[in-house]
Design a protein around this ligand. Structure first.
Ligand code: ARG
Length: 545
């Protein structure tokens, strides 16, 4: 809509800069502050200029113009809204989808082997997948990469401790592995020389020692199995799982390049990269061991060569901001960057409203527990509802999964990624508030209206207030998705979907729909868009609610 309007304005004014903002409902659909910008240069009042601009735009079939306090406010005409709405009905699920776009690589999820899938990685997984779906919808060629944390000194420590405790790694659960690792650190606190043992075992691992490899592999496979279960439950599929270990044989080449291009230099036996405006980053430790940064550099080189992306997104928590800054700067210094845009989507953390969630040690919150609790709570909600009696077992399970998991996902995505997310179960699972279940419920409501009603054809007609409000929301969909992509912000889609659902429910409460062709069409449009929003937010539509 905005595009159409901007184009019309360009036609009238040739190349005047009409950046349009979305206006608040009562002030029309879009606003322009052009008169304020011109007023500065011309030293006249914005109101006077705005009135002149309005004159020049004159009457037209597309929009009305109004001047409020120097702002030009535009209200789309019914004509133009209907036209766009027809296009939505005609294209259905394809509405807003593009065929061609940029090449985009997204690094997301990336949990660490031999540790449980923590709730911190959940944010990365959900936001990353949502960005993936959004870019894919906009025609981009998207590659998703799971940069699994499966290499580094910590695995040397783990192997050392497993051996010391005489454990059979085959028989250890992820929780036990995690506990073993924690025990290592406790003991290391008392006896710092243990750190050396850990490094020795990692060095063995790097050199291909058969025993070290074997133990590492068992731990890795166990973790992957566990992660796969979680991804299955979340209905997340990442194109490539390429862990840090994958770059093992590519590290020496990177080190050589860092040296020959004089990007890195020796310092106290280690190899470091210095930057103008931040602390140095280490790429080789004094014991020759590589680091997280070295492996990320290798991954960068590999991805740029293999995919030539226009855009590379790293969806990683804000606590790694320095690491990403160093990585991006080094990439430039090495001359690898070219035209690739590098972006760090630094998400905030999860917080708990009442602290009930913390694990035994009060450390990381396990995703497994969160998902199980979400499902348990969803089950309680269903038990009290009237649909409970006639559900098949499969249906029941899928409803619980889809609603429970969807609620957790929506709760995350509705916030801007930079902000922290608070867990408040009542709010997360509420059927009325700004929640995932509310969207799913409204979408199913549309579906059931469509199933009950008779065939209809939409015709251009006058619109009542509630009808107009829903249609106006519907035709904003395309610019909302574009805005979400340009700002890496799925929350823009979440907010929009919530507003649309609210408008539809107000319309549903006020007006009889079933025997009215226009209203049936509005219901169909809402169903299409809400369903698409759920997909873009990585959520599914449960069979019933
Ligand atoms: N495994 C890392 C962690 O848990 C996140 C990896 C993010 N991706 C990357 N390319 N560094 O902290």
């Amino acid at each position: 809509m905005r595009e159409i309007l901007e184009e019309k304005l360009k036609e009238i004014f040739q190349d005047t800069d009409f950046r349009l903002e979305r206006a608040s409902q009562e002030h029309g659909d879009y606003a322009s502050g052009l008169a304020f910008r011109m007023a500065k240069e011309e030293k006249r009042s914005p109101k006077e200029i705005a009135e002149e601009l309005k004159e020049r735009i004159g009457e037209n079939a597309f929009f009305d113009v109004d001047v409020v306090g120097g702002f030009l406010n535009f209200s789309l005409s019914n004509e133009i809204i209907w036209e766009e709405f027809f296009s939505l009905l005609e294209k259905g699920e394809e509405y807003g989808r593009k065929k061609e776009g940029k090449k985009v690589v997204i690094d997301y999820s990336s949990p660490n082997v031999a540790k449980s899938f923590g709730i911190g990685h959940l944010r990365s997984t959900i936001i990353g997948q949502s960005l993936y779906n959004i870019y894919d919808f906009l025609g981009c060629d998207v590659v998703g990469i799971n940069h699994l944390g499966d290499w580094g000194t910590q695995y040397g420590k783990l192997i050392y401790q497993i051996k010391k405790e005489g454990k059979n790694p085959e028989q250890l659960s992820i929780e036990e592995l995690e506990e073993i690792y924690v025990r290592f650190h406790k003991e290391e606190e008392k006896d710092p020389s243990l750190g050396e043992e850990g490094r020795k075992w990692f060095s063995k691992l790097e050199k291909g020692d058969a025993e070290a490899r074997k133990i590492w592999e068992i731990c890795r496979n166990k973790s992957l199995e566990e992660f796969d279960k979680i991804y299955e439950e979340l209905r997340i599929k990442i194109d490539y799982t390429v862990g840090e270990s994958f770059y093992e044989d590519k590290l020496s080449e990177v080190i050589e390049e860092l040296k020959s291009k004089e990007v890195a230099r020796e310092s106290k036996g280690a190899l470091i990269i210095e930057f103008e405006d931040m602390p140095p980053g280490m790429v080789l430790k004094s014991d020759e061991g590589t680091t997280y940064l070295t492996r990320d550099l290798a991954a960068m080189s590999y991805r740029i060569k293999k995919f030539s992306p226009d855009l590379m997104i790293y969806e990683i928590g804000a606590d790694q901001t320095l690491h990403l800054k160093q990585l991006f700067a080094a990439t430039e210094m090495l001359g690898w960057k070219g035209d690739t845009s590098l972006v760090h989507i630094a998400h905030g953390i999860f917080r708990l409203k009442d602290g009930k969630f913390s694990t035994r040690k009060g450390k990381t919150v396990h995703l497994r527990e969160v998902l199980d609790l979400a499902k348990k709570k969803t089950e309680e909600v269903i038990k009290n509802s009237s649909i409970e009696q006639d559900l098949s077992k499969e249906e029941r399970e899928e409803i619980i999964r889809s609603v429970g998991v969807g609620a957790v996902k929506y709760n995350d995505l509705k916030k801007h990624y930079k902000r922290d997310v608070v867990f408040d179960w009542d709010q997360i699972l509420s059927l009325k508030g700004d929640s995932g279940p509310y969207l799913q419920y409204t979408c199913l409501r549309c579906k059931s209206v469509l199933e009950k009603g008779e065939a209809y054809t939409a015709k251009k007609e006058n619109l009542e207030e509630e009808e107009r409000r829903v249609i106006k929301k519907l035709v904003q969909f395309k610019e909302v998705v574009e805005g979400a992509a340009n700002n890496f912000s799925p929350n823009i889609i979440a907010e929009y979907a919530h507003e649309l659902a609210k408008e539809y429910n107000a319309f549903y409460d006020k007006l009889p729909i079933l025997k009215n062709e226009k209203r049936m069409a509005i219901t169909e449009g809402t169903f299409i868009i809400l369903k698409q929003c759920l997909h873009l937010l990585t959520m599914s539509l449960p069979p019933r609610m």
